[in-house]
Write a protein that binds this ligand. Structure first.
Ligand code: PGA
Length: 260
């Protein structure tokens, strides 16, 4: 199958920037202005900003079709005595449409279990946000031949808790932990194999939901490697960390997605 044939999935490509704990009001202002001015293609662009900057970014994005998201969400629904937590409803209130859940940094540095990630996935949806569920193996797990088993376990935790129908309104991001922020990207073939596994897991329960599911690749996506990744059948865009802080580089990635 040629790359061109493979790309005809019918799914709109999505390129999401995950700014992590980076930036300042001044730097974010400059970045968003450059992205608003530079976004020309037909793929979707999403910016996941740190909490304190969400409203500012939302205001700057008014009149543009660039989407806003958060990097996390509370497991707690509604309001209450949960010091430090930010609810999905609050995120939706300030203009977020998406929320990243289960990023590997949350899982490994902040102790989020599969069960907590599943709660966050459900809490995001309950607030009307589209969860971007991150899954992926560590280097040790890959080298031990356990990639498939780890991704299966992470997906199953959410599938069991939320049900397959919830995936009609969700995004999955495959982010091999060894590729995040390391400059080591998974090869298009390595990523494609896991993306296909994720899609077939969903397809076992619902083929229509599986074929519509947007599955992003994340882990050292750059302007120089985006096109070959996005050419793969089951790679529907990227979740981009480091390169999303540089407008020109992020636009290159975005343009690669729009060209598919
Ligand atoms: P990276 O991060 O692009 O800097 O590797 C990706 C991510 O953590 O989402």
């Amino acid at each position: 199958m040629s790359a061109a044939t493979r790309a005809s999935s019918g799914r709109t490509k999505l390129v999401a920037g995950n700014w992590k704990m980076h930036g300042s009001l001044a730097s974010i202002d400059a970045l968003v202005s450059a992205l608003v001015a530079g976004k020309k293609g037909g793929a979707k662009m999403l910016l996941c900003a740190p909490y304190p900057y969400l409203k500012t970014v939302a205001d700057r994005l008014a009149g543009s079709d660039i989407l806003l998201g958060s990097q996390d969400v509370s497991t707690r629904i509604g309001s209450g005595a949960f010091t430090g937590e930010v609810s999905g409803a609050m995120l939706a209130d300030v203009g977020c449409r998406y929320a990243i859940v289960g990023h590997s940094e949350r899982r490994t540095l902040f102790g989020e279990s599969d069960a907590i990630v599943a709660e966050k996935f459900k809490a995001a949806q309950q607030a009307g946000l589209v969860p971007i569920l991150c899954v992926g193996e560590t280097l040790d797990e890959r080298e031990a031949g356990r990639t498939e088993e780890v991704v299966e376990r992470q997906m199953k935790a959410v599938l069991d808790a939320a049900g397959v129908a919830a995936f009609a309104n969700a995004v999955v991001a495959y982010e091999p932990v060894w590729a995040i922020g390391t400059g080591k990207t998974a090869t298009p073939e390595q990523a494609q194999a896991v993306h296909a596994q994720i899609r077939s897991m969903i397809a076992r329960q619902d083929a229509t939901i599986a074929s519509g599911l947007v599955i992003l690749y994340g882990g050292s996506v750059k302007g120089g490697n985006a096109a070959e990744l996005f050419a793969m059948e089951d790679i529907d865009g990227g979740l981009v960390g480091g390169a999303s802080l540089d407008a020109a580089e992020f636009l290159k990635i975005y343009d690669a997605a729009s060209a598919r």
